[in-house]
Ligand binder design. Structure first.
Ligand code: DC
Length: 232
């Protein structure tokens, strides 16, 4: 039997990664693994300890120690990655807009990345998975043949994120959302450890003007073709 696939879905904020990755995981019958949720968990823990942004050097050391000592449980058996921090379910708390910036800030700390990358490899090592993040195809699973880089124009991404936040009951003015996305785009792609980037081993997908279903079907077809299976 062919082992279950490991699929990398990387790209900037608001590119539609979650929607596509969830649907794809369901079709491939593998877990959907939201790696951003893990960085968000460390970000939340940092904020709850009174650490402020931008991170000072001493704070980065504190966060690194925190990342080593925290107990992080991830349940990827449902359609969503449920996260528990020291036993407390923080799945909803990590979605607050402020935590996006904390997640981005702590994700630049190498010790944080080391711990979480190990966790991601362990999780997908069991039953495969569709992993959504920034460095899945470059760092976490560089050898997988299934790599997709999703992107869309900034306006489209900001509008999507605004709609998402409103639907969650935490609406934000569009210019605030746009500024947050631009800030994260910059920080996530310029950090020195595992920056957001892609190379020719990825298939580039512009999600700006295409329906999600069509994209999911294209990805599934590419994956199945690569695995040498006939679609039923
Ligand atoms: O995908 P997201 O918006 O939930 O991710 C939150 C932050 O976490 C993002 O700004 C950068 C960081 N992140 C990362 O560095 N590497 C990943 N694989 C996933 C997320």
């Amino acid at each position: 039997m062919t082992p279950p696939p490991i699929v990398a879905i990387d790209g900037p904020s608001g590119a539609g990664k979650s929607t596509v990755a969830k649907a794809l995981a369901a079709r491939l019958h593998v877990p959907y693994i939201d790696t951003g949720a893990m960085y968000r968990a460390i970000g939340l823990a940092a904020r709850e300890r009174g650490i402020t942004l931008p991170l000072a050097k001493a704070d980065a050391d504190r966060v690194a120690a925190l990342a080593e000592s925290l107990s992080l449980d991830l349940d990827v058996t449902g359609g969503q990655t449920r996260v528990r921090l020291n036993g407390r379910d923080i799945t909803d708390a990590i979605r607050l807009p402020e935590i996006s910036l904390y997640a981005s800030a702590v994700s630049a700390i190498p010790a944080v990345r080391r711990r979480l990358v190990a966790e991601q490899r362990r999780l997908a090592g069991r039953a495969g998975g569709v992993l959504e993040g920034r460095d899945i195809g470059t760092r976490v699973f560089p050898d997988t043949p299934h790599k997709f880089f999703l992107t869309a124009p900034l306006d489209v991404r900001a509008e999507r994120r605004s709609r998402e936040l409103a639907a969650r009951g935490t609406p934000q003015p569009e210019e605030v959302v746009r500024a947050e996305i631009e800030r994260r785009d910059h920080d996530d792609s310029t950090r020195s450890d595992s920056p957001l980037t892609f190379d020719e081993s990825y298939t580039l997908i512009d999600t700006g003007r295409r329906p999600v279903n069509e994209i999911v079907v294209e990805l599934e077809e590419r994956i199945e073709k690569m695995r040498g299976q006939v679609l039923t």
